[in-house]
Design a protein around this ligand. Sequence first.
Ligand code: DNO
Length: 360
Amino acid sequence: MKMTFRWFGEGNDSVTLKQIRQIPGCTGLMGVLDQYAAGEVWPKEVFEEYRKHVNDAGLEVEVIESVNVHEDIKLGLPSRDKYIENYCKTIENLAACGVKVIVYNFMPVFDWLRTDLAHPLEDGSNVLYYNHKQLEGLTPVKLVEDTAKNSNGFTLPGWEPERLKELERVLELYKDIDEDKLREHYKYFLEGIIPTCERVGVKMAVHPDDPAWNVFGIPRVVHCKEDLEKIINMVDSPSNCLCLCTGSLGSSPDNDIPAIIRYFGAKNRIACAHVRNIKYLGDHEFCETSHLSSDGSLDMYEIMKAFYDTGFDGYIRPDHGRMIWDEKARPGYGLYDRALGIAYLNGIWESLHKALPKNK
Ligand code: DNO
């Protein structure tokens, strides 16, 4: 297992590489280059420079997140072939600079979604929060405006302005797309890119829908074991993998996270993982918490044990921390609580290793 940290890049993150390097047991990044809009080719030279900068700080960058899939691919429009071709070029360019895993998602229009970015907890910290009932009174446009306004001046992953400026037009196009259609388009995308991944040694890791259900009546097809099974079977290749996000899948109490990890881990289809805790507050209502099991509804020991028992040797990062100690950062992406999360997850891993030395 390699412990990593999400970093948004110089000038685009309140956290520095030096700080990340000083988190015990953190050896690398899950990097992001969000200056490129979905559908654009990420140039090799730019990424090479970025990689060198990260390596010079003593960290690896073998995982890249949010190489976003152009909406035309999800919609199955004729222009998708051009965007798939560009995606393949980006894969080649990243692989040439040492990238081994690319995290992406196949959520139409939105990436992750919350109704409050600063929900207060009893300990005086604040966290991301979701209540499905609150969406009923909101239009997608209003939600986007509120999310942008409350993000402490940072662009949030998946909520980049250029991606969302055509929101109303795109929402209209989804009216004719149901889950089966979306899966057809997904399969077409995978068939277009996986041969390139195999050739250059990259694993694609799909991030689950967050939250794990449909929003605003738009279909979503990546939020339970059956969905994930369909995806890995669309193109049966070791390059067609999952990013196991415990908090996203875990937003639905119907998803048994340790069992899902064991199932796909045994098939060697989990390339990387986002590990965090959440707390159920009601029907389709939850908040995020510290990583500690007793603070939330997920059993983090059982989650880490499932990774451990299946010999997981991919990348893990903590995800979405609370905002604590008066830190001012991108919601969910402060330094302090995610660093605490790493220390805790590494502690579980060490105790698993010492108690069960025959596993890795
Ligand atoms: C949310 C993140 C996601 C993830 C993307 C990958 O906080 O985990 O933005 O990186 O869905 O495409």
